[in-house]
Design a binder for this molecule. Structure first.
Ligand code: PRP
Ligand code: URA
Ligand code: MG
Length: 232
């Protein structure tokens, strides 16, 4: 993992050829949604594993069948709250929870409106109580304008003050990172890669497109459905 010099507490995994290969598959426009979801699960799992390297460990004694020896436990692994931002973070969370199997899980729905306002609709929030010993990991694959995460972090803070507040994503734009770090300097950000910029519609370049749509298919507005059935 590499700390980006432009901010403090912002890390990418560009030094991991394995993670960069998974990211390359996600970027590819020909990758279908099955492979896309699998890629996100993989990234969640292996970025979660990398994250454990930043956690406090405690030395313990362990009895093998033959003799006593030294071992360790990663203390903070047991005090994790994963907050999943719908929709695109679902597969990422599936991978992450394999590393943090004790995690309590919060779910927040967030949907970003169109440019230039990027208003965030957030109407489903279920978050467990956050304790001082907790590490909160917010999972959202894309940090674009940062509007979604600013609103999500503001909400999460109502549930308690954790030991660490971490954002774990796949791609980020510098604009989004700067907005989050300005508002919440204590938040740590871990992403597979920091991309170049945003386009006029708020999409990350070179990016991977709309993560939610690529993982689950593009939603349609009910009003555009042909009225083939009537419900009596
Ligand atoms: O940093 P921002 O500019 O706020 O954009 C990032 C958000 O956009 C996407 O969600 P989207 O609103 O597309 O919802 P979806 O996951 O249901 O597709 C993505 O999953 C982030 O939550
Ligand atoms: O590039 C982007 C920006 C926001 N949300 C996405 O899914 N992709
Ligand atoms: Mg989307």
């Amino acid at each position: 993992m590499i700390e980006d010099k432009r901010w403090s507490g912002v890390y990418s995994f560009e030094d991991s050829s394995f993670l960069m290969e998974v990211l390359t598959e996600l970027r590819d426009k020909n990758t279908d949604s099955i492979a896309f979801r699998k890629g996100l699960v993989k990234l969640g799992r292996y970025m979660g594993y990398e994250l454990t390297k930043t956690m406090e460990v405690e030395k313990i004694k362990v009895e093998t069948p033959l003799e006593e020896t030294e071992g360790i436990i990663v203390k903070d692994r047991k005090n994790v709250v994963i907050v999943t931002v719908l929709r695109a973070a679902i597969p990422l969370m599936e991978g992450l929870i394999k590393v943090f199997e004790h995690a309590r899980v919060g779910i927040i729905s967030a949907s970003r409106g169109k440019a230039p306002k990027f208003e965030i609709e957030m109407n489903y929030v279920k978050i467990p109580q956050i304790k001082p010993e907790d590490t909160v990991i917010i999972t959202d694959p894309m940090i674009a304008t940062g509007s979604t995460l600013l609103k999500v972090i503001e909400e999460i803070k109502k549930y308690g003050t954790p030991k660490r507040l971490i954002v774990l994503g796949v791609l980020a734009a510098p604009e989004g990172i700067s907005r989050i770090k300005e508002a919440y300097p204590e938040v740590e950000i871990f992403v597979a890669k920091i991309d170049r910029e945003l386009n006029d519609h708020g999409y990350i370049l070179p990016g991977l497109g709309d993560a939610g749509d690529r993982a689950f298919g593009a939603p349609i507005k009910l009003s555009t459905l042909p009225q083939v059935h009537t419900i009596e």
